[in-house]
Design a protein around this ligand. Structure first.
Ligand code: FPP
Ligand code: MG
Ligand code: MG
Length: 352
């Protein structure tokens, strides 16, 4: 029935709570210095929050491990007396979602400086509007606010996990910048870099949720693996969309990866069938007509289909990890687990 399927609609299951998290994020990036305030809140303004995939994943993971459904009292911002606040553990889970989103947006601000990008989420990038210096400092400011929220959790294991994310983001970016000729053509290198740039945040956030819940080592590791697989699948689909979707749908230029010199999963898989692609990959699509010629070669290969299959494989593994969790503590937890598996499917079928 339509009711049963909407009960599994993952974004709806935690929509109210993710809304509250967005609101808190807007409050948490306030500064007394007007220029800093307007830069820091740039991508937290209503309508510019993106898909909010990370807070959704994080809160669904929290619910999947919890004994019951969050009551209406858990959906309120902290503007009320402390006695009426959401139960402590749920509040800590919400803080983790905020931290994950702060780190994510900070990495985008820095990334757009590095890539000299003019657009993001369908509007001008922050660096385009306020310059590189302000954009970098705004990213640093978001990381500072994330650090304060992280410290306030008083859970050093979670500090370790989320600090590892920062190291991985930087490592992934440098791996990409400094790849040798062999590495440029290497699928394994691509997957390691992709773990660092995209999947580490999802993996360590999911694991942090399990740690905050006091789960066993096995459950913490399953949560981490779930985040890793869904992150890899998400990025591989991102790479496919870069080749197949239009810039108006993506909110950034189409064929952006190749134009920036990057060979992603579908391109590397295509190169196995069309060796001519290898020379183009090695010269980073720089000669005139390279992007066009590469597209022709990719279209004559199974690269895009094989990349989709690789993403499907990672989504399958992500779902298996959810199925393998110890028995759910409530019906609501069961529904949220179905929601997590549904997200895995949504990641595969998304168009932007
Ligand atoms: C987007 O990649 C970029 C990232 C996911 C991570 C970028 C990481 C850094 C800039 C390192 C320093 C950051 C912090 C905050 C520790 P992309 O350029 O491939 O994708 P795009 O199409 O979204 O621009
Ligand atoms: Mg970029
Ligand atoms: Mg980049």
């Amino acid at each position: 029935s339509s009711h049963a399927s909407s009960a599994l609609e993952p974004f709806e299951l935690v929509q109210g709570e993710v809304q509250i998290i967005s609101e808190r994020l807007r409050h948490s990036v306030v500064s007394n210095v007007p220029a800093l305030r307007s830069s820091a809140e740039y991508f937290f303004r209503p309508g510019l929050e993106g898909k909010r995939l990370r807070p959704t994943l994080v809160m669904l993971m929290a619910s999947s491990l919890s004994p019951g459904a969050p009551g209406p009292d858990m959906l309120e911002a902290d503007l009320r007396p402390a006695s009426q606040h959401a139960p402590e553990l749920r509040r800590r889970h919400q803080r983790l979602a905020e931290i994950a989103e702060l780190i994510h947006v900070a990495s985008l601000l820095h990334d757009d400086v590095i890539d000299d990008a003019a657009t993001r989420r369908g509007i001008s990038s922050l660096n385009f509007n306020v310059g590189n210096k302000m954009a970098i400092l705004a990213g640093d400011f978001l990381l500072a606010r994330a650090s304060v929220t992280l410290a306030a959790l008083r859970e050093t294991r979670v500090v370790e996990l989320m600090s590892q994310v920062l190291e991985d983001l930087v490592t992934g970016e440098i791996m990409q910048m400094t790849a040798t000729r062999d590495q440029l053509l290497d699928q394994e290198f691509y997957l390691q870099k992709t773990y660092c740039k995209t999947a580490s945040l999802m993996s360590n956030s999911a694991k942090s949720i399990a740690v905050l819940s006091g789960e066993s080592e096995d459950v913490c590791n399953a949560a981490a693996s779930f985040g890793r697989h869904i992150g890899l699948a998400f990025q591989i689909i991102d790479d496919v969309l870069d080749l197949t979707a239009s810039s108006s749908i993506l909110g950034k230029p189409a064929l952006n990866d190749m134009k920036s010199g990057l060979a992603t999963a579908p391109v590397l898989l295509a190169a196995e069938e069309q060796p001519e692609l290898k020379a183009i990959i090695l010269r980073k699509f720089k000669d005139s007509g390279d992007v066009h010629q590469a597209m022709g070669l990719i279209e004559r290969s199974q690269g895009i289909q094989r990349a989709r299959q690789l993403a499907e494989h990672h989504c399958f593994l992500a779902s298996e990890l959810i199925r393998g969790l110890p028995e759910a503590k409530s019906d609501h937890a069961k529904i949220c687990r179905a929601g997590l598996m549904n997200i895995a499917e949504k990641v595969l079928n998304r168009s932007k």
